[in-house]
Every structure is written in C-alpha cells, then in structure tokens.
Design a protein around this ligand. Structure first.
Ligand code: ZN
Ligand code: ZN
Length: 666
C-alpha cells in the first residue's frame, strides 16, 4: 500500500465553471482587479488576500474557492478552519459550491471526521459532494467507508466510478477493482487515463494478462493507446505477467518517450530475468539524454545483483551519488543487496551505515545480506538492534531471519523466531516462511518434523517446499524418504529436472545403482533435461561465462591444461575426485574428466590464470555447487593462497586456506 502512488484528487473538477454550482449568489463585477487577489492566494498570503478583498469576497463568494486552494497548497489547516467559520457567519454555509470546496479541504488534510460531519449537515449535496467524500476515504485507506458511500449513492457520474475503481486497485483489491471496472464499462461510463492506469496495475497485480488484453482492446478503441500514463501501465502489465516482448512493443510504439517509459522498460526486463537487457536499456536511456531517477537505479542495481557484475554495480553506484539519490532508502536497500550478492559484504555494511534514514526494508536487506554470507550472529544482533530502535519487523524481515538460521544451522533460534513471528507479531506465515522452516528442520536432520510441518500447514504445498525436503534427504542420505518425497515433487511438477538429479544423487550415494538407472530412464522417457550448470565471473568489467561442454571460450585449451596440473597437485595433498554423483556410465578416468569440466572449476582456473596473485576471485553459479567442486575449491584456495568466493543458487561460499565459510553445510 504505497502512499506515494496515491493520485492527487484531481477528479474534483475545481475548474468547473462556477456559475453552474453557484446559482444562489449574485455575481457582481468585482471592484478591484481579481488578478491581484489570485496572485496573493497562489503565493499563500491568504490572510492578506482576505483582508484586502473582503468586500469582493462577500459580493462574490466563489472567490472563496481560491482561498481554499491556497490552504491546500500551503498546508494551512488552521486558516481553512477560520475560513469555515467565516463561511458560517457570512451565511454561505448552504452554498453547495462552497461546501464542496470545504469538504475537499478537509478530505485532503485527512480530517475525515470533520468532513463527514460537514457532509452530514450539508443541505444540498450533489454527486460531487459524494465523490469528494469517497476520495477522502480512499486517500486515507478506508476503502470500506468509501465503498459504503459509493453503494448508497442514487446517482453516479464518471468521476464516481473513476475514484472508486482507482481506490480499489491502489490498495490491491484488484479483483474487486476489475469487477467494478467492467460494470462501469457495461453501464457506458468512460474511464479516464488514471482509471485505465489503475485497472492495468490491477491486472498486473493479479498477473492476469487475459484481463489485461481485454483492457488493451478497449484502450485501442477509445484512443488512449498513446497516452503516456496508459501506455506505461499497459507495458508494465504485460511485463509483470511475463510477456516481456508485448510490453516492449507497447513502449516502443509510443510517440513520446519519457523517464517513466524508460523505467517501465528497464524494470520489466529486470523482473523477467533479462538483466543484461535491463542494463543495456539503461545505457540507451542515458544516451537519449534522460536522467535516471531513483526508480531507475533500483532496477538496474537489482540487475547487477542478479548478474553479480560488481564493476558495473560500482559504476552505477557512482552515478546514483552524482544524481543525489544514493541515500534514498530504496536505493540504499538495493545497494546493500547488490554488494552482498556481488560478494562484497563489507560494502553492504558501509552502504547501510551511511544511510540517512532507514525503513524496515533497508534493515531486512542488511539482515538478508548477513545471512547470505553465513553471518548468523551479526544478522540476529541486527534484528535485536532493530527491535530496540522501535522499528517493527515485517514478514520480509522474518523471512530473512529464518533464512539466516537455516543457513547457519541455528535450529533452535529459527524455531524461536518463527514462534515470535506468529505469536507476538501476529504475522501469518506465507509459503516462503514454511519453506525456510522445512529447510531449517531438514538440514538439522529433523526430517520427520519437516515433513509433518508440510502436511499440517494451512497452505497448500508447492513443488519448491517438497524439493527443499528432498535436498535435506540428500544431505542426510535417507534414500527411502527421498524416493517418497521425490514422488510428491514430481506429482506437482513432472518436468522438474533438479528433483530427478537430486534423487539419483541420493540413490547413487547409497550405491543403489538399480534405482539410479530407473530415475535416469524416467528422465529420458519424460523428456526432462537437466538444467546446464553455468558459471560466470567478471574480470576488468568483462563477463566470462563457462559451461560444461561449451568450447567457445578462446582460452579453453590453456584452462584445461592448467586444471590438469592443478588436479595433480590437489591429489598429492589428498584430493579424491568424488565420482559417486556423476550420472553417466563411464570409466573412472572419464568420470574424473567430467568432474574437472564443471563450470565453476573452469571459471576458477580462468580467474587464477588471469588475475594477479592475492586478488580474491568471485564466481557465480546458477545451480548449487556440487560436493566434488566444493571439496576441490577448498584445496585450490589452500594451494594458491587465494580467497575464492562462490555464489551458487542458494548462498555464498567464502573459501580461504582450505576452509569454506558454510562449514560444508549448504
Ligand atoms: Zn561440480
Ligand atoms: Zn561452502
């Protein structure tokens, strides 16, 4: 419920020709030039304006409206109250036009009780009075009262529908909002651009591109297609529902581009996992002369986190500083995440400490950053500090904390926090929280408790939560349970390659070869392909990517040779390749070669060859690091005296002097 997206109550058409509403008073020609009066009002010198033009105001009460507008502009509620008494003493309190203005002032200031009281005694209410009251309720987040006024109105106009539909979608009552919109459409009321924008945001919230398409059809027919607000919302809707291409087409077809359009495009790409495209668009935007704003920075920073391109992230950080938005809370949060996900926890801490203000998101980001790097104690200390400072943790904070506990093996602390969240904070756990708890219990060997949690929770289990338990079965080598749990996963998601791989790994490590071949056959028959492992790293602002079997890297021959020598040295120190989890029917040598070709090993070898001694190596991987690579990297860190930081699909591993920060627990 972002207050920032509240639209100004522009629907109250203050510019409506006053004579229509002001029929009771006689409009005399003012004796002094009204221009002077308006100037004073606009400047906010309301008392001065009032004193100087007293007689004009008495003869033409419509002039009150300018004073009211001045009150809103200068945030002077007390002046509005004084004007209110004047209205009463001057006998204008039955004037519909003036009353509506007063009502609007109170609604704008959030003085709803006064507004409702005034509304109650207004002798001649019209549709506009109701619209103003509805708008006031919406602005203050009281949708229920807004809806009540709406439902009880005998007659409504287009502004009534617009304000109600907008209000509902603003507060994410998306289905209700869409329902009302189609009713509005049925009855022949024409939505304005703000309403269409809101309706599209509603579709985006529901990820309902089908409804969105219908709205799109209407937009084309009604000629709103090239409206900037509508166009950006339409593109956002498509992108949010996963149709990146359609969204881009809408944006690019717009005759005028602005920062909002650029941001929509960048955010759409970032959210659809097209991080490189987002960064590319960012550069195009700058070249076209648009100044990135805080929204832009949040999106591009998240793309840098995703790609873990530290160099680019640092550059964008510098640009955010130059633009003067680097200490805006949302930007600080994305800086914390970016540095953390690029492996530079110290820079996250620095960004957090340099914050000018911080909200709960900021704190949660820092807690998550610690968790990502296995620093459980710091994360929990931060949470305690947060509580001491009186900031109320939300469900995201707890999600970060539970994640921390499961990744640091803090079982009891995790259970304690989960209980705290439900009982003290009264927060309803989401599937993600349960998944963290299953991870926590599963990792610490409480497989039965973890399964019980899944089967007894109030929410329907998804493939991810079962898969989490499946991983735990693998860690604890429980082949029987693994089989049963894998069935659960595959019932929900029959094409999930990771589960097949996990299951066959469990069977392989239990030396149940017959079961391994059954799984492999099932995979082949079902057309399931294993997601290829990809590792990448950034050296001197250039990203190098490696995957097994990909022969495109120009230095591959040298890397091969380097790895072979390295492996020999590792073996001298006691390294034994863990061929148990290699799936293929091969002889030992082939299996070993296969292992040596794992993408993270290639990437690390490449980094060792191309960076000066002593410089830490940062490698990213799309899947989890396998056991063999984990062992191997520990040896490499020792032999080469290098700090090697690997970010895999689930966490960070800091390898140093033959030890990993995860404590072999991932
Ligand atoms: Zn590996
Ligand atoms: Zn590790």
């Amino acid at each position: 419920m972002g207050k920032s997206c509240l639209r100004p109550l522009g629907f109250i058409a203050l510019h409506t020709p006053t004579s229509r509403f002001f029929s009771t008073s006689t409009c005399k020609v003012p004796s002094k030039p009204v221009g002077e009066f308006l100037k004073l009002c606009n400047k906010g010198s309301l008392k001065e304006a009032f004193e100087a033009f007293k007689s004009e105001i008495w003869s033409d009460p419509t002039l009150f409206s300018h004073l009211f507008k001045g009150c809103i502009q200068t945030h002077s509620l007390s002046v509005a109250r004084q004007l209110h008494s004047l209205v009463i003493t001057s006998g204008c309190s039955s004037d519909k036009f003036i009353c509506n203005h007063l009502l609007n002032v109170y609604a704008k200031f959030g003085e709803l009780r006064t507004a409702v009281a005034l509304f109650g005694v207004m002798p001649r209410k019209n549709i506009m009075s109701c619209n103003i009251l509805i708008g006031g309720y919406v602005q203050n987040g009281d949708l229920e009262s807004a809806r009540k006024v709406f439902d009880e109105m005998g007659e409504r106009n287009v502004a009534t529908w617009n304000v109600m539909v907008t209000g509902l979608t603003q507060f994410e009552f998306n289905e209700e909002g869409l329902g009302l919109f189609s009713k509005m459409h049925e009855l022949g009321f024409l939505p304005d651009d703000f309403t269409l924008g809101s309706v599209l945001r509603g579709c985006a919230g529901l990820k309902d591109s089908q409804a969105g398409r219908q709205v799109h059809g209407y937009i084309i027919k009604s000629g709103f297609e090239f409206n900037l607000v509508v166009g950006s919302s339409l593109a956002h809707m498509y992108m949010k529902s996963g149709s990146l291409g359609l969204g881009e087409r809408v944006i690019k077809a717009m005759p005028i581009q602005n920062v909002v359009a650029c941001n929509t495009l960048i955010a759409g790409r970032a959210q659809n996992g097209c991080s490189e495209g987002a960064l590319e668009q960012y550069n195009i935007m700058k070249m076209a002369g648009f100044r990135p704003d805080k929204i832009t920075f949040v999106s591009v920073m998240s793309s840098c986190s995703e790609l873990a391109t530290l160099g680019q992230g640092q550059q964008i950080h510098t640009e955010a500083i130059k633009s003067g938005v680097s200490s805006v809370v949302a930007v600080v949060s994305s800086l914390i995440s970016m540095y953390s996900r690029c492996g530079c926890l110290d820079d996250s801490v620095k960004a957090f400490s340099e914050r000018e203000e911080a909200d709960v998101v900021c704190w949660s980001s820092m807690i998550a950053a610690y968790g990502f790097h296995g620093r459980g104690e710091e994360a929990i200390n931060l949470f305690n500090q947060m509580e001491q400072e009186g900031l109320e943790a939300n469900d995201v904070t707890f999600l970060s904390l539970l994640y921390v506990c499961s990744h640091c093996g803090l079982k009891n602390k995790g259970i304690e926090l989960f209980t705290l969240m439900v009982q003290q904070y009264g927060l309803e756990p989401r599937l993600e929280h349960y998944t963290c708890m299953v991870d926590l219990l599963g990792r610490s060997g409480c497989l039965k408790e973890a399964e019980d949690l899944i089967t007894t929770m109030a929410i329907k289990a998804d493939a991810v939560i079962w898969k989490t338990l499946l991983s735990a079965c693998k860690i604890h080598k429980n082949a029987d349970m693994a089989k049963r749990i894998a069935d659960e996963v595959l019932r929900i998601d029959p094409l999930d390659s990771a589960s097949y791989v996990l299951l066959s790994n469990v069977q392989a490590s239990a030396k149940r070869w017959r079961d391994v071949s059954v799984v492999r056959k099932a995979m082949r028959d079902g057309g399931v392909k294993k997601e290829p492992g990809i590792s990448w790293l950034e050296i001197r602002n250039q990203v190098h990517q490696f995957s097994m079997g990909d022969k495109s890297h120009p230095q591959l021959m040298e890397i091969d040779r380097y790895l072979k020598e390295l492996t020999d040295e590792m073996k001298l120190r006691g390294y034994v390749p863990d061929t148990g989890s290699v799936l293929h029917d091969m002889d030992v040598e082939e299996k070993e070669y296969n292992l040596a070709q794992h993408s993270e090993k290639l990437a690390i070898a490449f980094a060792l060859m191309n960076t000066p001694e002593g410089v830490p190596i940062r490698v990213m991987k799309n899947l989890r690091v396998c056991c063999d690579c984990h062992v191997a990297i520990k040896y490499i860190s020792e032999i080469k005296h290098r700090e090697i930081i690997v970010r895999d699909a689930s966490r960070f591993h800091h390898f140093k002097n033959g030890i990993c920060s995860c404590g072999d627990y991932w």
